[in-house]
Design a protein around this ligand. Structure first.
Ligand code: NAD
Ligand code: ZN
Ligand code: ZN
Length: 389
């Protein structure tokens, strides 16, 4: 089959690789119909994430048709149309039973390696580093789905691929980021980053009834998409984010702040890698990590900071004193996708939201290497790329 494979920093190739097969009784094989590139894939593309190996199949946002099921899988049938959550979950461990799917205790098959390198583990993830299990990803014609009797979400007829594809990651991710803010009708929610995750967080904060939603970025197309979703926008290159947020909140600061940027904040500040950044930190400690520090500074005391943005390990310095003295709540994590999918699928069916608004580029898998460059450079008005085989 053909797949998009990682061969090093800035080097994604359209390769021929062996087809996957059933390895365990609960597995299923999916023929991919539609997949997307995520901001998290850019951390691999940028070479920020340790534990990648040449030839690894990329991609964790995908859906398709079930073409084979293992003998112990009593949920899926050949022909089912499913969206696959990016977090692999066993459905049986203590964390899965608590709904904390992204920290499933069993699905990361390289737990010992991850513990050794990171000092912690997450659930297994598709198309990501070997520290999260090294599972082949979904930017491929076929994908093996482990524990396929728990994760995949069956899609009813009548909804097209593009309406439901994002149930596997960015819609629940933006939603969880907003839910973790415990939004009150009097709240201002400020969202740093108007990429795909930020866009979903904006729409979610509006759906959850925030008084005012403010989006911060510097890319004109993303800012206008944010305005179309109901946000007031701040271009961080044109004006002071802190001053403008204070002005929009009568000097109080936003009650709720969402970081939908993550490692990208280092990229926009022209630093080659987070490790270079760590070295520079001794000299430029005051602005690193930029977005988080800005949020902690401007957030209204007793407010909440919600961080879906991905960070790389133990290198970032957080001004904990300010966080403590302002009595802020900090909530973060990889998304517990299956916690939200039933509710969000219903909201799509009801017509409350059509997450396909975020798609700006449609391509084939073969165009993938160029699409990575376009999405990385954020050129040509690119917000979200969807690819078909
Ligand atoms: P993206 O790279 O397309 O978007 C990031 C946006 O942040 C860009 O529009 C960029 O211009 C903006 N930005 C950069 N520096 C900024 C700054 N200083 N202030 C304000 N905005 C700034 O990525 P995305 O797909 O939207 O993903 C965003 C983050 O969410 C990434 O870190 C990704 O890894 C993470 N993510 C997390 C989960 C999860 O489960 N927690 C899931 C998906 C994605
Ligand atoms: Zn993702
Ligand atoms: Zn589990």
């Amino acid at each position: 089959m053909r797949a998009l494979c990682w061969h090093g920093k800035n080097d994604i190739r359209y390769d021929t690789v062996p087809d996957p097969g059933i390895e365990h009784g609960r597995d299923a094989i999916i023929r991919m119909s539609c997949c997307a590139i995520c901001g998290s894939d850019l951390h691999l593309f940028d070479g920020f994430m340790p534990g990648m190996q040449s030839g690894d199949i990329m991609g964790h946002e995908f859906m398709g048709e079930v073409v084979e099921v293992g003998p112990d899988n009593h949920k899926l049938k050949v022909g089912d149309r499913v969206v696959v959550p990016f977090t692999i979950t066993c459905g049986e461990c203590d964390q899965c039973r608590r709904g904390n799917y992204s920290v499933c205790e069993r699905s990361n098959r390289n737990k010992a390696l991850a513990d050794q390198v990171f000092g912690h583990t997450t659930a297994g993830l598709y198309g990501y580093t070997h520290l999260t299990g090294g599972y082949p990803g979904g930017q491929a014609e076929y994908v093996r789905v482990p524990y396929a009797d728990t994760g995949p979400v069956r899609i009813p007829d009548g909804l097209d691929d593009e309406q439901v594809l994002f149930l596997g990651d960015i819609f629940p991710t933006g939603w969880q980021a907003a839910v973790q803010c415990d939004i009150e009708p009097t709240d201002t929610v400020a969202i740093w980053g108007a990429g795909p995750v930020g866009q979903m967080a904006i729409r979610s904060a509006v759906l959850l009834g925030a008084k005012q939603v403010i989006a911060i970025d510097h890319l004109p197309d993303r800012l206008s998409m944010a305005r179309a979703g109901g946000a007031i926008t701040i271009d961080f290159e044109e004006e002071s984010v802190v001053d403008r947020l204070n002005e929009l909140t009568q000097g109080k600061g936003p009650e709720k702040c969402i970081d939908a940027v993550g490692l990208e904040a280092h990229v926009t500040r022209s630093v080659d890698s987070i490790y270079d950044r760590a070295k520079q930190a001794v000299m430029a400690e005051s602005d690193r990590p930029h977005v988080l520090r800005e949020m902690i500074y401007v957030c209204r005391p007793a407010g909440t900071i919600s961080v879906p943005g991905v960070y790389g390990g133990l290198v970032d310095k957080i001004p904990f004193g300010a966080l403590m003295n302002k009595g802020l709540t900090l909530r973060t994590g990889q998304t517990h996708v299956n916690r939200w999918t039933d509710d969000l699928l219903r909201r799509i069916e009801d017509g409350q939201i059509d997450p396909s608004f975020v798609i700006t580029h449609r391509a084939t898998l073969q165009d993938g290497p160029q699409m990575y460059r376009t999405f990385r450079a954020k050129e040509d008005g690119c917000v979200k790329v969807v690819m078909r085989p």
